[in-house]
Design a binder for this molecule. Structure first.
Ligand code: PLP
Length: 370
């Protein structure tokens, strides 16, 4: 039996009739841009996350870009983000004309280390983008204290963690803006690209909503330079169907992760992912560290056994070619990140993964780590 890293069909095919009905609904209205389905999705996600404003957008990347644009961040500004993240976090900062400044992450949670961010602050620093990596909240108490101390704006990159909690608060609802992605591999996986931008601030929401549609208000009068960051009505309709099942998708991942944590504890030569106190982890990825330089050999063993796995992420942002000209700090600031890039590997944890498939993964791991 093969064990894929992710099987989107196992999630979408059982609700195929609901998805086709949603498609037919939009087809019959003939309204493909904005409209009721987008509004419904925004209302239900805002309620779920406990935020005042939720703005449907074209992708998780565009949500970050739109947040930065709405805040007026650009040339001459610096924005801090972890080096250990997906490219979009840093890429969006650069696209506004601002400079990304990379800080380190913790070895146990894989999340941003705010102590390492201290040395990244100067008079040009405007904002910080914590990333809630792999389904778990960054330390938002430390984040808010750091932001307050240095008077920085906080944009939470919550692409991988919609529904994860820090204490009683949902990730993405704590900072000035929260951004989410519905890329098919995310916990709420769409049938294409989609994203969401949330905020509690009325003025920021108003600016973001205008900028989502070319800064236009009223029609053909452009107060601001925005872009086309709209969420398709079709995608919203499909997401509305999937959002109704979201609690099950999350609990499926949590139950699979709990089984791994129980079955794999104590294996030598590897480190299991940790859940920080007060966090509810939603397991977008189940990511372990393989010690002693054996990560790539372990990866090859899994692949030979027909077990899907992936390295998120093999190259830290501060070592990417496109950022080679940024000289923002002394070299050893991101030492943990460099180690993580060499040690991490993610194994299948998607909600529809069966116990028998997990047992195959577990057996392969027990055979390798002994
Ligand atoms: C997926 C992801 C994004 C980008 O989302 P898209 O919808 O693919 O544009 C941004 N940040 C992080 C951390 C992500 O994992």
């Amino acid at each position: 039996m093969k064990v894929p890293l992710l099987d989107v069909n196992a999630q979408n095919h059982p609700i195929g009739d609901e998805l086709r009905a949603a498609f037919d609904g939009v087809l019959s209205t003939g309204r493909f841009i904005m409209g009721e389905e987008v509004e419904k999705f925004e209302a239900s996600t805002a309620q779920y996350l406990g935020v005042k404003h939720a703005v449907g957008v074209s992708s998780g990347t565009d949500a970050i870009l739109l947040a930065l644009m709405a805040l007026g961040i650009g040339q001459g500004d610096e924005v801090i983000c972890p080096s250990f993240t997906f490219f979009a976090t840093a890429g969006c900062i650069s696209r506004t004309g601002a400079t990304p400044v990379f800080c380190d992450s913790h070895l146990d949670s894989y999340n941003i280390d705010f102590d390492s961010a201290e040395s990244c602050v100067n008079e040009r620093t405007k904002a910080i983008i914590p990333v809630h990596l792999f389904g778990q909240s960054a330390d938002m108490d430390a984040c808010q204290a750091f932001a307050k101390k240095h008077k920085l704006i906080v944009i939470e990159d919550t692409a991988q963690s919609m529904g994860a909690r820090h204490g009683s608060q949902y990730c993405g609802s704590i900072g000035d803006f929260g951004t989410y992605s519905f890329f098919p591999s995310k916990n709420l996986g769409g049938l294409g690209d989609g994203g969401l931008l949330v905020t509690q601030d009325d003025a920021l929401a108003e600016t973001a909503i205008k900028m989502r549609n070319h800064g236009m208000h009223p029609r053909y009068y452009h107060q601001l330079v925005g872009g086309n960051f709209r969420l398709d009505a079709l995608q919203a309709a499909l997401l509305n169907v999937k959002f109704a099942h979201y609690a099950d998708y999350i609990s499926g991942r949590q139950s699979n992760a709990a089984y791994y944590l129980e079955q794999l504890q104590g294996l030598p030569g590897m480190v299991l992912p940790s859940v920080e106190q007060g966090n509810e982890h939603i397991w977008n990825q189940f990511t372990i560290r393989v010690l002693d330089g054996k990560r790539d050999a372990f990866k090859q063993t899994l692949l030979d056994d027909g077990i899907g796995c992936e390295i998120y992420y093999p190259v830290p942002m501060h070592q990417q070619q496109c950022f080679a000209d940024l000289v923002n700090h002394e070299q050893d600031l991101c030492a943990n990140t460099e180690l993580l890039a060499k040690e991490v590997i993610s194994i299948p944890v998607y909600p529809e993964l069966k116990r028998a498939q997990q047992d195959i993964v577990i057996d392969a791991m027990r055979a390798f780590f002994k």
